[in-house]
Design a protein around this ligand. Structure first.
Ligand code: FES
Ligand code: FES
Length: 158
């Protein structure tokens, strides 16, 4: 066991855990951030995606020691029910989720995309979400929701 310092959703924190504990376990079980989901546990489905220093990373296979001192953003860091992120608002408007299990990972990947590319094409959105699997088959609605959010964010910035 050792103490690891992290910055999670803008707040500095430290956790005491074995250094090979997956970041996903630390987020869910040590810090109580249950929005990031366990899907396959094998870095195959993208349910567990979080931002690490702005880049989307699968947290199920990432030891906590590998992210010491880094800035982590989880779905809880995107928005709130009262003040949703434009992506969350667009997903609601497009009814882009069915069971919703994949969505926190997809929203994180989409945020990383829009942070670096405010005007992505449909192909670029699909490529950015290639590591995220939606078992419900909501892909078309998800692509539309990301495009809608991008448009909304461009309008807000102009
Ligand atoms: S739970 Fe991490 S990729 Fe599936
Ligand atoms: S909405 Fe069910 S897995 Fe994507």
């Amino acid at each position: 066991m050792r103490s690891t310092r992290l910055i999670v959703n803008g707040a500095a924190t430290s956790v005491t855990a074995d250094e090979d504990t997956p970041l996903l376990d630390v987020l869910r079980n040590h810090l109580g951030l249950k929005g990031t989901k366990f899907g396959c546990g094998l870095e195959q489905c993208g349910c567990c995606m979080v931002l690490v220093d702005g880049m989307p990373e699968k947290s199920c296979g990432k030891p906590v020691s590998a992210v010491a001192g880094k800035a982590i953003v989880t779905i809880e860091g995107l928005g709130t029910p009262d003040r949703p992120h434009p992506l969350q608002q667009a997903f609601l408007e497009e009814q882009a989720g069915q069971c919703g299990y994949c969505l926190s990972g997809i929203l994180i990947s989409a945020k990383a995309l829009l942070d670096r590319n405010p005007s992505p094409s449909r192909v670029e959105i699909a490529e950015a979400l290639d590591d995220n699997i939606c078992r419900c088959g909501s892909h078309n609605r998800i692509l539309r929701a990301v495009a809608r959010a991008a448009e909304r964010m461009r309008e807000g910035a102009s």
